[in-house]
Design a protein around this ligand. Structure first.
Ligand code: PMT
Length: 403
């Protein structure tokens, strides 16, 4: 069991049925030698009694902002200074809204404003409340400010409905807290910049129609998270996707292949490693209709022109970059991939079989990693696990080339 003595955590509890699960979280932290102080909002008191958390933490529970007795001892500023980490579990929609606005209308929200410790939130709420635009906007504001989110899970909710919004299991929150308290190891890509392209591009036909493909961006965003975890400064030039920007990663949003081409060349100037996971449209319309095309006749002919190859241009313009391409193939995977490796002047190419429900917009993928002198297969797995394995291989080759 990992222990973390000499560390102090404030567990914040806001109003929600998941508040009972926080008892297990507090217990787990105490078992690992961490000193825990619990702070409950007035709404949380409707769900759990402070006595439970006092018994588990061994300290009185903090509930009032303007309590003269508390302020004489461990007042809100002292508590904010004392904490190495503030973890709010459950974090209700109301609490997230108040934090995003910077309100200080109870002890917990005031403490979050006053602390310099990292703040983690484990949201828990009805799935419709979670997906509401207001909650998502508050979530994005908090993420941009550096708050770490322990994403809720999909499942049966206390209200009987099924959806995303169930608080992450206490043991999983505990693991992330312990990781956050560990002294930071220097990542192997510390001081390096990784640039990625991800997602599809959209080539306009008229003001409402476009040519695109099924790329979800999941593969690229997973690799971005893996590179960030290795200490790199990561930028994704991203086509339109329905994914949230990974924490501490810069996302440059573009739409067309031409916009992706321009943005990638701009950012490549300062990058060390370039990974092209985007499914870039090879063609765009010669002319974009200025008005919505009307139905007339039985067929419509569109004249298409070839788009510039972003990967080719980037690897040729910046030969010092360690360039990794992707090859999405329905057949002759290895032959076509090796051809792209050579033709696009790459250090490595990652081939994945696509079509028949593979690759595009899937949670899993299967990779063949090819370089000039060798080849390695990664069997089908979830994209995040593959991304970590792929980044380890990229780092090994990058270091070999630059040592
Ligand atoms: O986004 P997901 O849903 O997670 O799916 C992931 C994926 C299947 C899209 C991804 O793993 C993948 O294979 N991406 C590359 C898709 C592709 O367009 O491959 P390609 O064989 O057509 O292109 C070869 C390489 O050249 C790619 O690195 C591509 O980004 C790049 N390219 C292609 C055309 C172009 N005009 N510019 C480019 O940079």
């Amino acid at each position: 069991m990992t222990t973390q003595s000499n560390k102090n955590i404030v567990i914040g509890i806001s109003g929600g049925i998941a508040a009972y699960k926080s008892a297990q979280l507090v217990r787990g932290l105490i078992k690992r030698g961490i000193t825990v102080r619990v702070c409950m909002t007035p709404a949380a008191l409707q769900f759990m009694t402070p006595l439970t958390f006092q018994a588990l933490s061994g300290h009185p529970v903090h509930t009032d902002l303007l309590n003269p007795d508390a302020e004489a001892g461990m007042g809100h500023i002292a508590l904010a200074r004392w904490a190495d980490l503030v973890v709010i579990a459950p974090a209700s929609a109301d609490l997230m809204a108040r934090l995003s606005m910077g309100l200080a209308n109870d002890l917990l929200s005031t403490l979050c404003l006053a602390t310099t410790a990292p703040v983690h939130l484990a949201p828990a709420m009805n799935h419709r409340m979670w997906s509401h635009l207001a909650t998502q906007a508050n979530l994005n504001t908090l993420i941009q400010r550096g708050v770490i989110i322990h994403e809720p899970e999909i499942g049966q909710q206390a209200c009987g409905e099924v959806g995303m919004g169930r608080m992450l299991a206490p043991d999983d929150i505990l693991k992330q807290c312990l990781k956050a308290l560990q002294p930071r190891k220097q990542g192997v890509l510390q001081g390096k910049q990784v640039l990625l392209t991800a997602g599809p591009t959209r080539e306009a036909i008229d003001p409402v129609r476009y040519i695109s493909n099924r790329s979800s961006g999941k593969m690229g965003y997973s690799i971005a998270r893996a590179a960030r975890d290795l200490g790199a400064k990561v930028t994704i030039v991203s086509g339109p996707v329905a994914l949230r920007a990974p924490q501490k990663v810069t996302v440059v949003s573009v739409e067309s292949a031409a916009e992706m081409h321009q943005a990638t060349l701009d950012y490549a100037a300062s990058a060390d490693i370039f990974i092209a996971t985007a499914a870039v449209s090879d063609f765009s319309t010669e002319d974009v209709f200025s008005k919505k095309i009307k139905k007339s006749g039985d067929c419509l002919t569109l004249e298409l022109k070839q788009n510039a190859d972003i990967l080719y241009d980037t690897s040729h313009q910046y030969p010092q970059l360690f360039s990794v391409g992707f090859a999405a193939e329905t057949d002759n995977l290895m032959v076509y991939a090796r051809d792209k490796l050579q033709r696009k002047k790459l250090d490595m190419i990652v081939a994945n079989p696509v079509g028949e429900g593979k690759g595009f917009d899937q949670a899993t993928n299967q990779l063949e990693i090819i370089w000039k002198e060798g080849h390695l297969s990664l069997p089908e797995k979830d994209k995040q696990t593959l991304a970590h394995e792929l980044m380890a291989i990229i780092v090994e080759h990058y270091n070999r080339l630059n040592s």
